[in-house]
Design a protein around this ligand. Structure first.
Ligand code: MRU
Length: 334
């Protein structure tokens, strides 16, 4: 399965708004359809958003042939559809660099990015599983947050690819997937992916993570990232920071698994990153059912910043970084 691909002149996505109840593929043939899919999280997860951004520019190049100004506006709207994951704007920008060479060249670049993300997933799985083996010795009990599998990439995943690789190696003692309020990417998507892969898992409410670590039930935390800043700060789904604090307190390794396309050396630290605010409705209701009294206000930051000093390591497709040493001119550990 691929979460996103280019098929017969259009973007095809697995519609993540209706999982786990229904597995539906949607075809996106216009820039407006793509932007709606990105905003509604029908397509989501940093690497998948990068590919969506690049393929979106390929759509724009076709849709606005002969009107460069309209095309460029469309490219800008795609890049800005969600602000936090560095991959979206970076993917759009990379593909847009080929606009002068025509739609075919833009599409070729988007497909190259897709293929790079697929290869990156394979490399992260191996490197991440090796590191977990080193840190944990025997079979590991993993806690993960949000969804970082095939659905968040193209196929494979980041942190969840490490989980499935550990399972394949017989080095996984269990997975706790935190539900990931308010949109339940953990409960709806990660649980669905783990079930399909035959990986045993348990769900936990988000707030249980730090206590489960304190009680000795977790050997390692594996999460993805939407952006890793130059100083090693990790921007990821809201709730990640709480897990990192719990892991630090309990002495549990906290590993971030993200492709090189998510490394953002241009942004000094997490305080420079725009954190998407998704508004009140997602917090006070779920799928149309109220979970709070009418009139309740809400804070809804979709992401948080885990300071570099709480991160044991960042595993990419090419390196393992120790956060205190991430940044300009600093060599990777391996
Ligand atoms: O709002 P989402 O579902 O797009 O957020 C996704 C995450 O925060 C993931 O953890 C991150 O993109 C890494 S996915 C490989």
């Amino acid at each position: 399965m691929r979460a996103i691909d280019w098929v017969d002149g259009a973007i095809e996505i697995v519609d993540q708004t209706v999982l786990p109840a229904t597995l539906v593929t949607r075809r996106l043939t216009t820039v407006d359809q793509l932007i709606e899919a990105i905003r509604s999280l029908a397509v989501r997860g940093a690497p998948a958003l990068g590919v969506a951004g690049a393929m979106g520019v390929a759509l724009a190049a076709r849709e606005f042939t002969g009107d460069a100004a309209a095309r460029d506006r469309a490219v800008g709207r795609i890049a800005a559809a969600r602000p936090t994951a560095v991959n979206l704007a970076a993917g759009a920008s990379r593909a847009a660099g080929w606009l002068a060479d025509g739609p075919g060249a833009v599409l070729a670049e988007a497909l190259a990015l897709r293929d790079e993300e697929i290869a990156a997933s394979v490399a992260m799985a191996t490197r991440g599983a090796d590191l977990v083996g080193e840190l944990c010795g025997g079979a590991a009990r993993v806690l993960t947050h949000c969804n970082t599998g095939t659905l968040a990439t193209v196929t494979g995943g980041t942190a969840l690819a490490v989980v499935t690789e550990l399972h394949r190696r017989g080095q996984l003692a269990g997975v706790i997937a935190s539900e990931t309020r308010p949109l339940l990417q953990g409960a709806r998507l990660t649980a669905w992916e783990l079930g399909r892969a035959g990986v045993p898992y348990r769900m936990a409410v988000d707030g249980a993570g730090p206590f489960l670590m304190a009680r000795g039930e977790v050997d390692v935390v594996l999460v993805g990232a939407d952006r890793v800043c130059a100083n090693g700060d990790v921007v990821n789904k809201i709730g990640t920071y709480a897990h990192a604090l719990g892991a630090a307190r309990a002495g549990v390794p906290f590993l971030v698994v993200a492709p090189e396309s998510t490394m953002d050396d241009e942004t000094a630290g997490g305080d420079q990153v725009e954190i998407e605010d998704r508004g009140r409705d997602e917090v006070i209701a779920f799928h149309g059912t109220a979970v709070a009294p009418p009139g309740a206000g809400a804070a809804n930051p979709a992401f948080d910043v885990t300071p570099a000093d709480l991160v044991t390591a960042v595993v990419t497709d090419t390196r393992v970084l120790r956060p205190g040493r991430i940044g300009a001119g600093q060599p990777a550990d391996r």
